[in-house]
Write a protein that binds this ligand. Structure first.
Ligand SMILES: [Ca+2]
Ligand SMILES: [Ca+2]
Length: 289
């Protein structure tokens, strides 16, 4: 009996381990590319544009350290590097949406030039397999005509190309360069429309520095197929360094804990709820006076 119970507990324990393993296996990044080995695509891959159009190595280049491992990509302006995220363009919305991420090196050397700029573009595809719209992180160094503080200014946009958009209200200001993570999470809002949250995070991808929703009104589900391309769509900078591009298709990922994007009906955060409760209490006590 005792042995049978013990055996049962072992079986239960094994079951839990199996369940945990299955759970971990179920949550899966569908594609990632860190350039280790120094190639833009796997050896023999017939469609390298599924991966990256260009690649680079550490040799003779800045930065001194890749975001991961020993290699990173190099995008050469003006016609920058391009990826299909390891898959054909999406024409059917994947349940749970999808998440794309890349690490980009914001070179401190660029700060020596006013309005040095680059665009990182993650586009949406239509069910008809044509472009729906671009979603662009517009990044620029200071420009005394708009913002004179030396540093990097970043904003979200639906258009690529030289612009003053990085200095518009709502911009993120970074005083120092280095590796930063740019994440785009496409998801269905509570109103059924498709939204995109564009986040800038620290180099580890854990601390959110800024988030924008683009477009703020979302897209009608009928207009959305899925992913299209990732593209350094324009730049004044000769070489852009990047690494660790990731494509994660739902439903096996969760929205990040740092997620504060605009949904159809924003959910108040716990702190805000407490403040609301306190405010309500205050109103009630005033009424009693
Ligand atoms: Ca790497
Ligand atoms: Ca996945």
């Amino acid at each position: 009996m005792k042995t049978a119970m013990k055996h049962g507990l072992v079986m239960l324990g094994a079951g839990l381990v199996m369940a945990l393993a299955n759970s971990a296996a179920g949550a899966m990044v569908d594609w990632s590319w860190g350039f280790e080995g120094g190639t833009a695509a796997p050896v023999g891959d017939p469609t390298p544009s599924n991966y990256w159009t260009e690649t680079g190595t550490l040799v003779g280049n800045d930065p001194a350290v890749a975001h991961s491992g020993n290699y990173f990509g190099v995008s050469v302006a003006p016609d920058g590097s391009f990826t299909r995220w390891g898959a054909p363009y999406g024409t059917v919305w994947p349940t749970g949406g999808f998440k794309q991420q890349i690490a980009i090196y914001l070179d401190p050397a660029w700060l020596g030039t006013n309005h040095a700029w680059l665009d990182w573009d993650t586009a949406l595809n239509r069910p008809s397999n044509s472009a729906l719209h671009d979603n662009v992180f517009e990044i620029a160094t200071q420009d005394p005509a708009y913002k004179s503080g030396v540093g990097f200014y970043i904003n979200a946009s639906s258009n690529a190309g030289w612009s003053t958009r990085p200095y518009d209200p709502g911009y993120l200001y970074l005083a120092t360069g280095g590796w930063y993570v740019f994440r785009s999470t496409f998801y269905q809002g509570l109103d059924g429309r498709v939204y995109l949250d564009m986040q800038v995070l620290d180099t580890t991808g854990t601390t959110q520095l800024a988030v924008w929703t683009n477009p703020v009104t979302g897209d009608a589900m009928a207009d959305v197929g899925g992913n299209r391309y990732g593209w350094f769509a324009g730049a004044s900078i000769a070489e852009i360094y990047f690494d660790d591009s990731i494509m994660d298709v739902g439903p096996d990922f969760t929205i990040d804990p740092t997620y504060v994007g605009i949904m159809a009906t924003p959910l108040p955060e716990p702190a805000a709820l407490t403040l609301l409760a306190l405010a309500a209490g205050g109103l009630i006590s005033r009424r009693r006076k």
